[in-house]
Design a protein around this ligand. Structure first.
Ligand code: PRP
Ligand code: URA
Length: 208
């Protein structure tokens, strides 16, 4: 089974309250989503590989450490785009792949409509991001697709997850580490996360 990390951090709790509030406007919602992604990425990058380098300071030679890996951020369109800037501000050299999936609201099955990955994908540490993990269908389909394109080292980051989605994803892809800002109570009859925050894509882009 996958390792599941749930963030229990005062700043994340505070910002989760902001994005759950139905009165939060689009600008504040988008800003808080990026800030949460930034905080989650700080923890999720804890074990990135480093290489030793020699650096000449104004005083003397120092042994220092720099990242020794390629990082690719893959947002699941649309809502995942809302997390990219927050991660990029920590890892500005990261490349970005895109995978477009929408959830058919009748069958609840994910439909692929777009994909484009950087050539570094097979050797990169891949952060697949989507604010919502509901049934898990979209995340599982995205990971299947990334693996078909050579991706091997994949971490999935969602801001709010349903227990049903976490369990399904962990079973389908036990090698993928899962990070969640919070695991909520359950899915409702329309497969929305309860209490959740509503439709993340609509709230990030102001489409409703
Ligand atoms: C939402 C969300 C996830 C998916 C989660 O996207 O951003 O991608 O649903 O549901 P699942 O775990 O049951 O698959 P949506 O289909 O609403 O598309 P959007 O991002 O374009 O709004
Ligand atoms: N997608 C969302 O945007 N919100 C949910 O609660 C479930 C799926």
């Amino acid at each position: 089974m996958s390792k599941v990390t749930i963030f229990n951090h005062p700043l994340i709790h505070h910002k989760l309250s902001i994005i759950r509030d139905e009165n939060t406007n689009t600008k504040d919602f988008r800003q808080s989503v990026n800030e949460i992604a930034n905080l989650m990425a700080f923890e999720a990058t804890r074990n990135l590989p480093l290489k030793e380098v020699k650096t000449k300071t104004p005083i003397s030679l120092a042994t220092t450490y720099m990242l020794d890996c390629e990082v690719v951020i893959v947002p699941i369109l649309r809502a995942g785009i809302g997390m990219v800037d927050g991660i990029h501000s920590l890892i500005p050299t990261a490349k970005v792949g895109h995978i477009g999936l929408y959830r058919n609201e009748e069958t609840l099955e994910p439909q692929l409509y777009y994909a484009k990955f950087p050539p570094t994908l097979p050797n990169a540490i891949v952060f697949l991001v989507d604010p919502m993990l509901a049934t898990g269908g979209s995340a599982i389909a995205a990971i299947n697709f990334i693996k078909e394109h050579g991706g091997k080292n994949i971490k999935f980051m969602s801001i709010i997850a349903a227990p049903e989605g976490v369990e399904r994803l962990a079973k389908a892809h036990p090698d993928v580490q899962i990070y969640c800002g919070n695991i909520d109570r359950q899915l409702n009859e329309d497969a929305y996360i309860c209490p959740g925050l509503g439709d993340a894509g609509d709230r990030i882009f102001g489409t409703k």
